[in-house]
Design a protein around this ligand. Structure first.
Ligand SMILES: Nc1ncnc2c1ncn2[C@@H]1O[C@H](COP(=O)(O)OP(=O)(O)OP(=O)(O)O)[C@@H](O)[C@H]1O
Length: 304
């Protein structure tokens, strides 16, 4: 155990199978101190398995895992006190008051943060005397976050923190989570929302079928894809329209991906100009992180 380990999480060659099924197939991953890392991947990719191993709730078959310098498998007290796990819906007594819930959870930690300070951090400063049952769904999730922060952890695990939120509640939560960065916390966030990863994460790791298939900052991942997306409204009478083979038409919009947009557009523009026609709604865009993610995981989704 080295308390001063530089990285919050360090995983090398992590493997885990359930019988015949390989859930993690040799994963290497590092989360730096103070870094917010988003773990993305389709259903069944192995995200929960990995996070549970890091939290000490599951045993790996092989590989090295270090969390804040500890072996999580040993579940040492010092380790448990320095990580915060934000669950979706902690099993709270619905009649308990918000402040009481935080104090109750805090009693288990030597350096618990004061309840009011936590309430302010998560934007529930005026809800301390409310009963848990009387909070809205979004407020309830903010209470879950406060409970995960009560022991003043160095590393926080956030499991799909905004699943099921309306757009306004999601934005509020993002602001709260973004504050964790200003507190200097390391965060490992699992999510299915690209926009969430893009907003919150310093780095994104895409897991598919137990392997890391891509890794980088949100911008790097999106720009690693050298293709552009060309689209325009399908013109009437276009039998001779010179399109690349990969073009498709959906709901009257022609779309294709190309690494050579200038070359592919030239004959199209010539075709339209020769007929005195506009290619309506013509656009050439770069793929979004979501496009890249869907490409990376498309085959895995079908196979899953
Ligand atoms: N206790 C278990 N026993 C057997 N198989 C399991 C067990 N837990 C998970 N699996 C399988 O391991 C694979 C990885 O599951 P895991 O829950 O880690 O994926 P995930 O990426 O978290 O998925 P989701 O996005 O759906 O939560 C899946 O095929 C799952 O069915």
């Amino acid at each position: 155990m080295t308390m001063d380990s530089l990285d919050a999480v360090r995983i090398r060659g992590l493997r885990k199978s359930y019988g015949e099924l390989t859930a993690l197939d040799g994963v290497d991953l590092t989360v730096g101190r103070g870094e917010v890392l988003a773990l993305l991947g389709p259903n069944g990719a192995g995200k929960t398995t990995m996070v549970e191993i890091l939290e000490g709730h599951r045993k790996a078959d092989s590989g090295q895992v270090s969390v804040l310098g500890y072996d999580p498998g040993k579940r040492e007290r010092g380790f448990r006190e320095r990580i915060g796990i934000v669950l979706q819906e902690a099993g709270l007594d619905p009649t308990i008051k918000v402040r009481e819930a935080i104090e109750l959870y805090g009693a288990a930690y030597p350096n618990a943060r004061p309840a009011q300070e936590l309430l302010e951090i998560v934007g529930l400063g005026d809800r301390g005397e409310y009963r848990a049952a009387d909070l809205s769904g979004g407020q309830r999730r903010r209470l879950d976050l406060a409970l995960g922060l009560v022991g003043d952890p160095d590393l926080i695990f956030l499991d799909e923190p905004t699943t099921g939120f309306d757009p306004a509640a999601r934005r509020q939560s993002w602001e709260t989570i973004a504050q964790l960065r200003t507190l200097g916390k390391s965060v490992l966030l699992t999510t299915h929302y690209m926009e969430e990863a893009q907003r919150l994460a310093d780095r994104v790791v895409v897991l598919a079928k137990g392997r890391i298939v891509a890794e980088g900052t949100p911008d790097e991942l999106a720009s690693n894809d050298a293709t552009s997306i060309v689209s325009f409204r399908e013109p009437a009478y276009h039998e001779t329209l010179p399109l690349p083979d990969c073009a498709s038409v959906e709901r009257g919009i022609v779309t294709f991906r190309t690494a050579t947009p200038t070359r592919d557009l030239a004959p199209l523009l010539e075709w339209a100009a020769g007929r005195g026609m506009e290619l309506e709604h013509l656009s050439v865009t770069r793929p979004t992180l979501e496009d890249v993610y869907l490409d990376l995981t498309a085959t895995e989704e079908v196979a899953a």
